[in-house]
Design a protein around this ligand. Sequence first.
Ligand code: URA
Length: 202
Amino acid sequence: MSNSKYEQLKKIKDEVVALINSPLYEYRVKNKNKPVIGQGDHNAKIMFVGEAPGKNEAETGVPFCGAAGRVLDELLASISLKRQEVYVTNIVKDRPPNNRDPSPQEIELYSPFLIRQVQIIKPAIIATLGRFSMDFVMKEFGLEKEMGKISTLHGKSFITSKEYGSMQVVPLYHPAVALYNASQKKTLLEDFQVLATIISFL
Ligand code: URA
């Protein structure tokens, strides 16, 4: 790939903006929403992958800029990281109506953009936020055999084989769970400590 990372990521943005065959396209246009591509350091060692944009994200084009995003910032701060030092994105780049779960077809349509983002940014760690991104990332990057429930896999690290770039995949709960459940927040804080340890060995 000869183009700069910026240009390659810009191309993804242009393609998603023009994705008129998406079932979410009409809803985006009708609501004057924006697609949410991703934000952060194009050379980040760690990439966080959420599910799909919510209301605030679709209004601004910025991932995790609402209540769940404030939790994410707090979790990052707990291990002395700032948003600008990581890359944050989602599997699905447009907001599903009423924040419903993304459909399998939507995941299939948008996930090639995520795969390209991984190939461009080449993170050492992919931290998945929630079960949709955990399932997708583990399946896509050759970790089918390790797949299971998020309640079992959260806070563990799985190394992809060389052909998949020898990345570490760390499943985490979605930060939104911490908004309603203090014990889940404690778990997320503990899992971020695991992340900090993995980062310290990079
Ligand atoms: N939830 C997500 O999964 N992604 C966002 O960008 C915001 C909320």
